[in-house]
Design a protein around this ligand. Structure first.
Ligand code: MRU
Length: 370
């Protein structure tokens, strides 16, 4: 997508050196656009843990490239143990998004086919590229399917602006390109639909205020940043026509783990009869579990993310304490929205209801016989 009219993806193999992975370092957005080069698996592990890269699809792609770096390092040391240890280290970085584990396992299954270090490097490079390409392509298709829903609402409103609320950043920065929740918005906007996006700021890391708003601003899409607690009020006053969020792990029964606060938006949407859609590529399904509340491991992050915020002050990015220094803080990264609150799942194959019957029909090849 565009950054000051130039097209970027969020991760790529550096042109000048194929042993280096380049990323957009998201910690400095929206104030600074910085590209970071990663040379080692431990740099990739740190970049995922510390959220230089983030978002379910992108951390999956980053893990894929991390495994490519692992094969290069293993070649130097002539050891398969390093590949396995790197896989474990990458998987441990962020537990909630299933894409990460999925990408690492996909790489491991491919890499074991290589007989020499060089073969393993070639295989891992191809697989990392494939994972990234697929991620972008799936998001593009999510956009096409989801735009049809926005167009329908627009017709019903006789062309008046469609107001869409979104939470966190499930935009192109959370994937390799296009995004999941934002892809339908970009596509509908391209098709000429009048629309406006309510952007939840999304405490504590403010992915909405700093990332989604920046993306929409760069695409020229009308939007307004709101505090996380404003959604219910806007819904009660008919100022929201639909909600679209992303997902970090979706169970076979259609329960959705997404950024903390998503569940509350779904409850408010349900209470106000507003459609609540979740957009995801199939890499975000966890085919092994049903009950999201019981079975999804919710990441708990450093309490300092709650106690401090970052912002621009005198043209410098500064960190500011906003709680009493000694007050403890809790930092739950995600919550689970039960399937009953979800109007539909927008996937690369089309839209399905959030239940086992419809998900299994759409992805029959992934559903295991019990
Ligand atoms: O903690 P993050 O920023 O990696 O959170 C993931 C997310 O971006 C959201 O939960 C998002 O809505 C999921 S879609 C990739």
């Amino acid at each position: 997508m565009k950054v000051q009219d130039k097209n970027y993806r969020t991760i790529w193999i550096k042109d000048e050196d194929e042993k280096v992975i380049s990323i957009i370092d998201q910690r400095f957005l929206p104030h600074r656009f910085i590209i970071e080069d990663l040379h080692t698996v431990s740099e990739m592990v740190h970049a995922i843990e510390d959220m230089h890269v983030r978002g379910a699809g992108l951390i999956g792609a980053a893990a894929g490239y991390g495994m490519y770096l692992a094969t290069i390092e293993a070649g130097n040391r002539n050891s398969f143990d390093h590949i396995l240890a790197s896989a474990d280290a990458l998987k441990a970085t962020r537990p909630t998004a299933v894409n990460l584990e999925w990408a690492v396992n996909r790489q491991l299954n491919a890499i074991v086919q290589g007989k020499t270090a060089n073969e393993r490097i070639t295989i891992a490079r191809k697989m990392a590229t494939l994972i990234a390409q697929e991620d972008a392509e799936f998001c593009r298709r999510i956009g096409i399917h989801g735009a049809a829903i926005i167009e329908q609402i627009s017709k019903r409103k006789r062309g008046k602006a469609v107001n869409i609320l979104t939470h966190c950043n499930a935009g192109w920065l959370a994937f390799v390109d296009y995004g999941s929740a934002t892809a339908p918005i970009y596509e509908a906007f391209e098709r000429g639909v009048d629309l406006h996006v309510w952007v939840d700021e999304t405490r504590p890391r403010n992915q909405g205020a700093s990332l989604t708003a920046w993306e929409l601003m760069n695409q020229g899409i009308p939007h307004t940043v709101i505090v996380d607690n404003a959604g219910g009020h806007l819904m009660q006053h008919s100022l929201v026509d639909m909600v679209i969020t992303g997902a970090d792990r979706v169970t076979l029964a259609g329960d959705v783990a997404n950024k903390i606060g998503t569940y509350l938006k779904a409850l408010a949407a349900h209470d106000n009869g507003i459609p609540f859609y979740v957009a995801l590529p199939s890499s975000t399904f966890d085919w092994d579990i049903h009950d999201g509340v019981k079975d999804i491991h919710i990441e708990e992050r450093n309490p300092d993310e709650v106690k401090y915020i970052y912002g621009l002050c005198d043209n410098e990015i500064k960190k500011v304490l906003i709680t009493p220094l000694d007050s403890p803080a809790g930092n739950y990264g995600f919550d689970v929205t039960p399937a009953r609150l979800i109007s539909g799942l927008i996937t690369e194959r089309g839209i399905c209801l959030a239940n086992e019957e419809h998900i299994s029909k759409m992805y029959a090849e992934n559903v295991k016989e019990i």
